[in-house]
Design a protein around this ligand. Sequence first.
Ligand SMILES: *[C@@H]1O[C@H](CO)[C@@H](O)[C@H](O)[C@H]1NC(C)=O
Length: 130
Amino acid sequence: MLQLCMLQLGMLQLGMLQLGLPLCRCAIAEYLSKDLPYNVTRDDVFLTDVCTQAMEAALTALARPGANILLPRPGYPDYEARAAFAGLEVRHYDLVPELDWEVDLAAVEALGDKNTAAIVIKSMWECFQI
Ligand SMILES: *[C@@H]1O[C@H](CO)[C@@H](O)[C@H](O)[C@H]1NC(C)=O
């Protein structure tokens, strides 16, 4: 697969660079395909240079009228802002401090519905990184 991708590099256009270098995307696609019953292609791989950009791309892709997203509380204010900007309704589930900040699974189950586009799961460690 990598050889095929490299042959396709002749078709590289500058606009594709914003998705990541094709050779990197090919390598990632090949790696991800190892454990799947189908092949991931480089066009399925979207690379970003920072997590914020990845989050923004994902939230934009998930947004549709009436969709909601479940976010942890406490969590990242940046997720709130980006989700709201994308037009997603934000719903919060709690992380339980008495249980070492475990996810309140009952709350997640109660909050989610057929319009839930995503559930963000992040550890407290990540939440408190500056
Ligand atoms: C995936 O790609 C490899 C390499 O091109 C090929 O040998 C294999 O048959 C493909 N697998 C599927 C499921 O298409």
